[in-house]
Design a binder for this molecule. Structure first.
Ligand code: HEM
Length: 364
Protein backbone atom coordinates (compact mmCIF):
# COMPACT_ATOMS: atom_id res chain seq x y z
CA UNK A 1 0.00 0.00 0.00
CA UNK A 2 1.34 3.44 -0.89
CA UNK A 3 2.26 5.83 1.99
CA UNK A 4 -0.36 8.55 2.80
CA UNK A 5 0.65 12.04 1.49
CA UNK A 6 0.70 13.64 4.98
CA UNK A 7 2.86 11.00 6.61
CA UNK A 8 5.12 11.09 3.51
CA UNK A 9 5.57 14.84 4.03
CA UNK A 10 6.31 14.35 7.75
CA UNK A 11 8.89 11.67 6.99
CA UNK A 12 10.53 13.94 4.41
CA UNK A 13 10.65 16.89 6.79
CA UNK A 14 12.16 14.80 9.57
CA UNK A 15 14.75 13.34 7.23
CA UNK A 16 18.28 14.69 7.84
CA UNK A 17 18.54 15.47 4.09
CA UNK A 18 16.12 18.41 4.45
CA UNK A 19 17.60 19.95 7.63
CA UNK A 20 17.16 23.72 7.47
CA UNK A 21 20.41 25.56 6.84
CA UNK A 22 20.07 29.23 7.79
CA UNK A 23 23.68 30.22 7.15
CA UNK A 24 22.79 31.80 3.80
CA UNK A 25 19.88 33.72 5.32
CA UNK A 26 22.10 34.96 8.20
CA UNK A 27 24.81 36.07 5.78
CA UNK A 28 22.32 37.84 3.51
CA UNK A 29 20.81 39.57 6.58
CA UNK A 30 24.21 40.60 8.00
CA UNK A 31 25.29 42.01 4.64
CA UNK A 32 22.31 44.37 4.70
CA UNK A 33 22.06 45.04 8.45
CA UNK A 34 25.58 44.49 9.86
CA UNK A 35 24.69 43.70 13.48
CA UNK A 36 26.93 41.22 15.22
CA UNK A 37 24.27 39.00 16.80
CA UNK A 38 26.87 37.26 18.97
CA UNK A 39 27.47 40.64 20.73
CA UNK A 40 23.73 40.93 21.43
CA UNK A 41 23.80 37.40 22.83
CA UNK A 42 26.86 38.31 24.99
CA UNK A 43 24.97 41.31 26.39
CA UNK A 44 21.96 39.17 27.22
CA UNK A 45 24.08 36.46 28.83
CA UNK A 46 26.22 38.86 30.87
CA UNK A 47 26.49 37.98 34.56
CA UNK A 48 25.35 40.61 37.07
CA UNK A 49 26.13 40.91 40.81
CA UNK A 50 23.86 38.74 42.96
CA UNK A 51 22.89 41.58 45.32
CA UNK A 52 20.86 43.17 42.47
CA UNK A 53 18.46 40.23 42.70
CA UNK A 54 17.21 41.58 46.05
CA UNK A 55 16.40 44.96 44.52
CA UNK A 56 14.58 43.75 41.41
CA UNK A 57 11.63 45.98 42.32
CA UNK A 58 14.00 48.98 41.92
CA UNK A 59 15.47 47.89 38.59
CA UNK A 60 15.30 50.14 35.52
CA UNK A 61 13.35 47.52 33.56
CA UNK A 62 10.18 48.18 35.61
CA UNK A 63 9.88 51.91 34.66
CA UNK A 64 10.66 50.89 31.08
CA UNK A 65 7.74 48.46 31.03
CA UNK A 66 5.38 50.98 32.67
CA UNK A 67 6.37 53.56 30.06
CA UNK A 68 5.31 51.01 27.41
CA UNK A 69 1.87 50.74 29.08
CA UNK A 70 1.64 54.55 29.14
CA UNK A 71 2.46 54.78 25.43
CA UNK A 72 -0.21 52.24 24.41
CA UNK A 73 -2.99 53.58 26.68
CA UNK A 74 -1.99 57.21 25.91
CA UNK A 75 -2.40 56.65 22.16
CA UNK A 76 -5.83 55.07 22.77
CA UNK A 77 -6.89 58.07 24.90
CA UNK A 78 -5.59 60.54 22.29
CA UNK A 79 -8.06 59.06 19.76
CA UNK A 80 -10.89 60.66 21.78
CA UNK A 81 -9.27 63.59 23.64
CA UNK A 82 -9.80 67.25 22.56
CA UNK A 83 -7.25 69.79 23.98
CA UNK A 84 -9.52 72.81 24.66
CA UNK A 85 -10.91 73.57 28.15
CA UNK A 86 -14.66 72.92 27.67
CA UNK A 87 -14.23 70.32 24.96
CA UNK A 88 -11.46 68.62 27.00
CA UNK A 89 -13.79 68.12 29.95
CA UNK A 90 -16.55 66.74 27.71
CA UNK A 91 -14.13 64.45 25.84
CA UNK A 92 -12.78 63.03 29.13
CA UNK A 93 -16.36 62.52 30.33
CA UNK A 94 -17.14 60.73 27.05
CA UNK A 95 -14.04 58.51 27.42
CA UNK A 96 -15.02 57.67 31.01
CA UNK A 97 -18.77 57.19 30.58
CA UNK A 98 -19.45 56.63 26.88
CA UNK A 99 -16.59 54.84 25.14
CA UNK A 100 -16.62 51.04 25.75
CA UNK A 101 -13.79 50.24 28.21
CA UNK A 102 -12.78 53.92 28.10
CA UNK A 103 -12.83 54.14 31.94
CA UNK A 104 -10.61 51.06 32.05
CA UNK A 105 -7.98 52.43 29.63
CA UNK A 106 -8.06 55.78 31.47
CA UNK A 107 -7.75 54.04 34.84
CA UNK A 108 -4.76 51.99 33.66
CA UNK A 109 -3.10 55.13 32.27
CA UNK A 110 -3.63 56.96 35.55
CA UNK A 111 -2.52 54.19 37.94
CA UNK A 112 0.38 53.16 35.76
CA UNK A 113 1.56 56.82 35.72
CA UNK A 114 1.57 56.90 39.51
CA UNK A 115 3.44 53.61 39.75
CA UNK A 116 5.91 54.77 37.07
CA UNK A 117 6.81 57.78 39.22
CA UNK A 118 7.03 55.60 42.36
CA UNK A 119 9.33 53.04 40.67
CA UNK A 120 11.53 55.75 39.12
CA UNK A 121 12.03 57.12 42.66
CA UNK A 122 12.81 53.62 44.01
CA UNK A 123 15.27 53.03 41.15
CA UNK A 124 16.94 56.36 41.88
CA UNK A 125 17.17 55.61 45.62
CA UNK A 126 18.74 52.19 44.86
CA UNK A 127 21.38 53.64 42.53
CA UNK A 128 22.04 56.43 45.04
CA UNK A 129 22.49 54.11 48.04
CA UNK A 130 24.89 51.87 46.11
CA UNK A 131 26.88 54.86 44.84
CA UNK A 132 26.20 53.90 41.20
CA UNK A 133 26.63 57.57 40.22
CA UNK A 134 30.35 57.49 41.08
CA UNK A 135 33.12 57.52 38.47
CA UNK A 136 32.79 56.40 35.65
CA UNK A 137 28.95 56.47 35.79
CA UNK A 138 28.40 60.23 36.28
CA UNK A 139 26.66 60.60 32.90
CA UNK A 140 24.41 57.61 33.54
CA UNK A 141 23.25 59.47 36.67
CA UNK A 142 22.83 62.75 34.74
CA UNK A 143 20.63 61.06 32.14
CA UNK A 144 18.71 59.50 35.06
CA UNK A 145 18.08 62.95 36.61
CA UNK A 146 16.82 64.07 33.18
CA UNK A 147 14.49 61.06 33.16
CA UNK A 148 13.21 61.94 36.63
CA UNK A 149 12.25 65.46 35.47
CA UNK A 150 10.66 64.15 32.30
CA UNK A 151 8.63 61.64 34.35
CA UNK A 152 7.25 64.24 36.81
CA UNK A 153 6.56 66.67 33.93
CA UNK A 154 4.55 63.87 32.33
CA UNK A 155 2.55 63.64 35.57
CA UNK A 156 2.00 67.41 35.93
CA UNK A 157 0.99 68.01 32.30
CA UNK A 158 -1.14 64.84 32.35
CA UNK A 159 -3.48 65.74 35.19
CA UNK A 160 -3.75 69.30 33.87
CA UNK A 161 -5.44 67.93 30.73
CA UNK A 162 -8.73 66.78 32.26
CA UNK A 163 -10.41 70.21 32.22
CA UNK A 164 -11.81 69.90 35.77
CA UNK A 165 -11.28 72.16 38.80
CA UNK A 166 -8.15 70.29 39.92
CA UNK A 167 -6.66 70.51 36.40
CA UNK A 168 -7.32 74.21 36.10
CA UNK A 169 -6.07 75.21 39.54
CA UNK A 170 -3.08 72.87 39.35
CA UNK A 171 -2.12 74.63 36.09
CA UNK A 172 -2.53 78.03 37.78
CA UNK A 173 -0.49 77.06 40.87
CA UNK A 174 2.17 75.15 38.90
CA UNK A 175 2.79 78.02 36.48
CA UNK A 176 2.74 80.53 39.38
CA UNK A 177 5.52 78.52 41.05
CA UNK A 178 7.54 78.65 37.81
CA UNK A 179 6.89 82.42 37.80
CA UNK A 180 8.90 82.69 41.04
CA UNK A 181 12.14 81.51 39.40
CA UNK A 182 14.53 84.46 39.83
CA UNK A 183 15.24 86.59 36.70
CA UNK A 184 13.54 84.39 34.07
CA UNK A 185 10.39 83.59 36.10
CA UNK A 186 7.93 85.86 34.28
CA UNK A 187 9.16 84.73 30.84
CA UNK A 188 8.83 81.12 31.94
CA UNK A 189 5.29 81.74 33.20
CA UNK A 190 4.34 83.47 29.92
CA UNK A 191 5.87 80.65 27.89
CA UNK A 192 4.13 77.90 29.88
CA UNK A 193 0.71 79.60 29.82
CA UNK A 194 0.95 80.85 26.26
CA UNK A 195 -0.03 84.29 27.66
CA UNK A 196 -0.46 85.82 31.11
CA UNK A 197 -3.54 83.76 32.00
CA UNK A 198 -4.34 80.04 31.96
CA UNK A 199 -6.42 79.65 28.80
CA UNK A 200 -6.97 77.23 25.90
CA UNK A 201 -3.46 78.16 24.76
CA UNK A 202 -2.08 76.72 28.03
CA UNK A 203 -3.90 73.45 27.49
CA UNK A 204 -2.60 73.19 23.90
CA UNK A 205 0.95 73.63 25.21
CA UNK A 206 0.50 71.10 28.00
CA UNK A 207 -0.92 68.61 25.50
CA UNK A 208 2.02 69.18 23.12
CA UNK A 209 4.42 68.64 26.04
CA UNK A 210 2.57 65.58 27.32
CA UNK A 211 1.95 63.81 24.01
CA UNK A 212 5.00 64.87 21.96
CA UNK A 213 7.89 66.55 23.73
CA UNK A 214 8.00 64.30 26.81
CA UNK A 215 7.64 60.93 24.99
CA UNK A 216 10.38 61.88 22.49
CA UNK A 217 12.67 63.20 25.29
CA UNK A 218 12.06 60.12 27.42
CA UNK A 219 12.81 57.77 24.51
CA UNK A 220 16.07 59.59 23.70
CA UNK A 221 17.18 59.80 27.34
CA UNK A 222 16.33 56.15 28.04
CA UNK A 223 18.30 55.16 24.92
CA UNK A 224 21.44 57.02 26.06
CA UNK A 225 20.94 55.89 29.69
CA UNK A 226 20.72 52.21 28.79
CA UNK A 227 23.64 52.38 26.32
CA UNK A 228 25.78 53.95 29.08
CA UNK A 229 24.67 51.26 31.54
CA UNK A 230 25.69 48.60 28.99
CA UNK A 231 29.07 50.22 28.31
CA UNK A 232 30.00 50.43 32.00
CA UNK A 233 28.39 47.20 33.18
CA UNK A 234 26.63 46.96 36.56
CA UNK A 235 28.13 48.54 39.70
CA UNK A 236 30.06 46.10 41.89
CA UNK A 237 29.29 47.32 45.40
CA UNK A 238 31.60 44.89 47.17
CA UNK A 239 34.62 43.87 45.04
CA UNK A 240 35.17 40.80 47.29
CA UNK A 241 31.66 39.48 46.72
CA UNK A 242 31.96 37.48 43.51
CA UNK A 243 28.52 35.89 43.60
CA UNK A 244 26.72 36.40 40.31
CA UNK A 245 23.45 35.67 38.53
CA UNK A 246 22.79 35.65 34.78
CA UNK A 247 20.94 38.59 33.22
CA UNK A 248 19.14 35.96 31.16
CA UNK A 249 17.30 33.99 32.46
CA UNK A 250 17.69 34.83 36.21
CA UNK A 251 17.19 38.61 36.32
CA UNK A 252 14.73 38.70 33.41
CA UNK A 253 12.56 36.05 35.08
CA UNK A 254 12.71 37.98 38.40
CA UNK A 255 11.66 41.19 36.63
CA UNK A 256 8.84 39.46 34.74
CA UNK A 257 7.50 38.12 38.07
CA UNK A 258 7.58 41.63 39.60
CA UNK A 259 5.93 43.00 36.44
CA UNK A 260 3.12 40.46 36.71
CA UNK A 261 2.48 41.57 40.31
CA UNK A 262 2.49 45.20 39.16
CA UNK A 263 0.04 44.39 36.35
CA UNK A 264 -2.29 42.69 38.83
CA UNK A 265 -1.97 45.71 41.16
CA UNK A 266 -2.84 48.12 38.30
CA UNK A 267 -5.93 46.05 37.39
CA UNK A 268 -7.08 45.84 41.03
CA UNK A 269 -6.55 49.59 41.61
CA UNK A 270 -8.34 50.47 38.34
CA UNK A 271 -11.32 48.30 39.27
CA UNK A 272 -11.56 49.41 42.92
CA UNK A 273 -10.77 53.07 42.26
CA UNK A 274 -11.95 53.84 38.71
CA UNK A 275 -11.19 57.33 37.37
CA UNK A 276 -13.71 60.15 37.81
CA UNK A 277 -14.24 63.30 35.79
CA UNK A 278 -14.65 65.66 38.77
CA UNK A 279 -16.16 69.14 38.70
CA UNK A 280 -15.90 71.20 35.51
CA UNK A 281 -13.24 73.96 35.74
CA UNK A 282 -14.64 77.30 36.93
CA UNK A 283 -11.84 79.91 36.74
CA UNK A 284 -13.91 82.52 38.61
CA UNK A 285 -14.40 80.23 41.66
CA UNK A 286 -11.31 79.19 43.65
CA UNK A 287 -12.00 75.86 45.43
CA UNK A 288 -11.59 75.74 49.22
CA UNK A 289 -9.24 72.79 49.19
CA UNK A 290 -6.90 72.01 46.34
CA UNK A 291 -3.96 69.63 46.60
CA UNK A 292 -1.43 68.52 44.00
CA UNK A 293 -0.61 64.88 43.22
CA UNK A 294 1.24 62.99 46.00
CA UNK A 295 4.69 63.34 44.38
CA UNK A 296 4.43 67.16 44.45
CA UNK A 297 3.05 67.36 48.00
CA UNK A 298 6.48 67.84 49.59
CA UNK A 299 7.28 70.72 47.19
CA UNK A 300 3.87 72.25 47.96
CA UNK A 301 4.47 71.91 51.73
CA UNK A 302 7.96 73.39 51.45
CA UNK A 303 6.71 76.38 49.42
CA UNK A 304 4.00 77.01 52.02
CA UNK A 305 6.66 77.11 54.76
CA UNK A 306 9.17 79.15 52.73
CA UNK A 307 7.15 81.05 50.13
CA UNK A 308 8.21 83.23 47.20
CA UNK A 309 11.64 83.67 45.69
CA UNK A 310 13.51 82.30 48.75
CA UNK A 311 11.54 79.06 48.57
CA UNK A 312 12.17 78.87 44.82
CA UNK A 313 15.90 79.40 45.40
CA UNK A 314 15.83 76.55 47.95
CA UNK A 315 14.17 74.24 45.39
CA UNK A 316 16.67 75.24 42.69
CA UNK A 317 19.51 74.45 45.10
CA UNK A 318 17.96 71.01 45.70
CA UNK A 319 17.72 70.37 41.93
CA UNK A 320 21.32 71.55 41.42
CA UNK A 321 22.50 69.21 44.22
CA UNK A 322 20.71 66.29 42.51
CA UNK A 323 22.24 67.10 39.12
CA UNK A 324 25.79 67.60 40.45
CA UNK A 325 25.69 64.91 43.17
CA UNK A 326 28.49 62.77 41.62
CA UNK A 327 30.81 65.76 42.09
CA UNK A 328 29.35 66.91 45.45
CA UNK A 329 30.00 63.35 46.64
CA UNK A 330 33.70 63.64 45.75
CA UNK A 331 34.01 66.65 48.08
CA UNK A 332 32.09 64.79 50.82
CA UNK A 333 34.38 61.75 50.45
CA UNK A 334 37.40 64.00 50.95
CA UNK A 335 35.85 65.58 54.05
CA UNK A 336 34.88 62.24 55.57
CA UNK A 337 36.77 59.28 54.05
CA UNK A 338 35.37 56.72 56.55
CA UNK A 339 31.69 57.63 57.00
CA UNK A 340 29.69 57.74 53.72
CA UNK A 341 28.17 61.22 54.11
CA UNK A 342 26.22 60.81 50.85
CA UNK A 343 24.21 57.92 52.29
CA UNK A 344 23.67 59.82 55.58
CA UNK A 345 22.47 63.00 53.81
CA UNK A 346 20.46 61.04 51.21
CA UNK A 347 18.66 59.08 53.97
CA UNK A 348 17.84 62.31 55.88
CA UNK A 349 16.47 64.01 52.73
CA UNK A 350 14.46 60.92 51.68
CA UNK A 351 12.92 60.68 55.21
CA UNK A 352 12.09 64.41 55.21
CA UNK A 353 10.39 64.08 51.80
CA UNK A 354 8.34 61.05 52.96
CA UNK A 355 7.30 62.82 56.20
CA UNK A 356 6.37 66.00 54.24
CA UNK A 357 4.20 63.98 51.81
CA UNK A 358 2.50 62.16 54.70
CA UNK A 359 1.96 65.42 56.65
CA UNK A 360 0.49 67.21 53.61
CA UNK A 361 -1.68 64.24 52.58
CA UNK A 362 -3.23 63.45 55.97
CA UNK A 363 -3.10 66.57 58.11
CA UNK A 364 -3.76 69.47 55.74
C1 HEM B 1 12.06 56.34 33.13
C2 HEM B 1 13.09 56.32 33.95
C3 HEM B 1 14.25 55.36 33.95
C4 HEM B 1 14.47 54.21 33.22
C5 HEM B 1 13.54 53.58 32.18
C6 HEM B 1 15.77 53.67 33.62
C7 HEM B 1 16.35 52.51 33.11
C8 HEM B 1 17.50 51.91 33.61
C9 HEM B 1 17.96 50.58 33.29
C10 HEM B 1 17.23 49.61 32.35
C11 HEM B 1 19.11 50.36 34.00
C12 HEM B 1 19.94 49.06 34.01
C13 HEM B 1 19.34 48.06 35.00
C14 HEM B 1 19.53 48.48 36.43
O1 HEM B 1 20.67 48.73 36.85
O2 HEM B 1 18.50 48.58 37.11
C15 HEM B 1 19.41 51.56 34.75
C16 HEM B 1 20.53 51.76 35.54
C17 HEM B 1 20.86 52.96 36.18
N1 HEM B 1 20.01 54.04 36.36
FE1 HEM B 1 18.20 54.27 35.46
N2 HEM B 1 16.33 54.51 34.56
C18 HEM B 1 15.44 55.54 34.80
C19 HEM B 1 15.60 56.58 35.71
C20 HEM B 1 16.75 56.80 36.47
C21 HEM B 1 16.91 57.86 37.45
C22 HEM B 1 15.80 58.84 37.83
C23 HEM B 1 18.18 57.75 37.95
C24 HEM B 1 18.86 58.62 38.97
C25 HEM B 1 18.74 59.92 39.03
C26 HEM B 1 18.83 56.63 37.29
C27 HEM B 1 20.15 56.22 37.48
C28 HEM B 1 20.69 55.02 37.07
C29 HEM B 1 22.03 54.55 37.35
C30 HEM B 1 23.12 55.36 38.09
C31 HEM B 1 22.14 53.26 36.80
C32 HEM B 1 23.37 52.33 36.85
C33 HEM B 1 23.15 51.27 37.91
C34 HEM B 1 24.35 50.37 38.10
O3 HEM B 1 25.38 50.61 37.50
O4 HEM B 1 24.23 49.41 38.88
N3 HEM B 1 17.94 56.06 36.41
N4 HEM B 1 18.40 52.49 34.50
Amino acid sequence: MSEKPLSKLMTTLKSPRVSVDLTGVKEAFNERIPIDLSKVADAINEPIPKYQEMFTFAAGGIPLFLFGIQAVTGILLAFFYVPQWDAAYESVRHITEGVPFGWWVRGIHRWSANLLILFVFLHMIRTFIFGSYRKPREFTWLMGVGLLFVTVTFGFTGYSLIGNQVSYWASVIGTNIAGNVPVIGKYLLYFMRGGWEVTDGTLTRFFALHAWVMPVSLTLLVGIHVVLVRLHGPTRVDPDDEREIKFWPDQIVNEVIVLLYILILIMVLTTLFPPHVGERATPEQTPLHIAPEWYFLWVYGFLKLVPGTIGMLGLMLFVAALVFWPWVDKVLQRISPRLDLSVVLGTIVALLVIVAIWWQAFFL
